[in-house]
Ligand binder design. Sequence first.
Ligand code: P6P
Length: 341
Amino acid sequence: MAEKVGTTIIQHLLSQQREKPEATGAFTQIINELTIAAKVISREVNQAGLVDVLGATGDVNVQGEQVQKLDVFSNQVVIDRMQHIGQLCCMGSEEVADLIDIPDKYPKGNYILVFDPLDGSSNIDVNVSIGTIFGIYKKVSNETDINFLLSDVLQPGIKQVAAGYIVYGSSTIMVYTTGNGVHGFTLIPSIGEFLLSHENIRIPEKGKTYSVNESNYAYWDEKTRALIDYFKTKDRDTKRPYTSRYVGSLVADFHRNLLKGGIFMYPADLKDPKKPNGKLRLMVEANPLAMIVKHAGGYASNGYGPILEIKPDELHQRVPLYIGSKQDVLLAEKFIGGKRT
Ligand code: P6P
């Protein structure tokens, strides 16, 4: 009796594609190719302790951060995998200062991929979960020259047509949305396939967990401190204090809160005058996760309004991020932005 394999990502994508008469199959090709990149990265991440991919290259990336070898490797894997499929006009990577062109030997397409190839890389050599994050936009101009495509890339996150992440943890899980629910697939190494394991993920309306790096307390303004103090204050009616969980790896913290509820926060801080808006990037971290949490029933804010409505000024701009259970993020907006819900 043949063992029932389960639903593969390509099977799930094709079923979603069939529901959209206008679908061209471009998403299916893009996301399917991303799963191949994810499998290659997963293999290296899981062997990192065994082979010489640990440790820093000695380089510093466009963010001014120490580049770990797996960062460089993962970035190249995504570029190599995605550039040949003929669906992209360019790419934007957290690891690369400027837009990445598609070589002339490959056809160009109408989609844009922005990605963080390996987020949380400072955790690589201590075996903490790390992740890849991606967002997909459709080109709005008729441009094909890389020197004139930046305005096609700098679209508000609400214009993303798909978004997702892969978390390399106790298992490798890929979560994506094309706007029709949020779905998770677990990599089964024995067959080399991602199989549907979390169909139509919904984040609890209100959580019991807050995630923030409290060592930044001295660098926060009074409103931010008041918000964090709120989650830590005992109050039976509002089931406080919340539990604190902070891995220091955005994808790991986000994935836990997506499944169990909670709020992840990376507030603006005064730690580095060059980064008044905190550490996280709008295009390759906040926007993709904001699309996912929105379609799972949650919300993402910069403390004043929806992340997805921010018009980007530059490819690597940073943004304060409050993301997770809708009630908790709306509360953050009341503290930070004084918003009346
Ligand atoms: P901190 C990892 O470097 C990262 O970009 C995110 O994955 C993570 O959420 C954040 O930085 C952690 O930053 O300042 O708390 O160490």
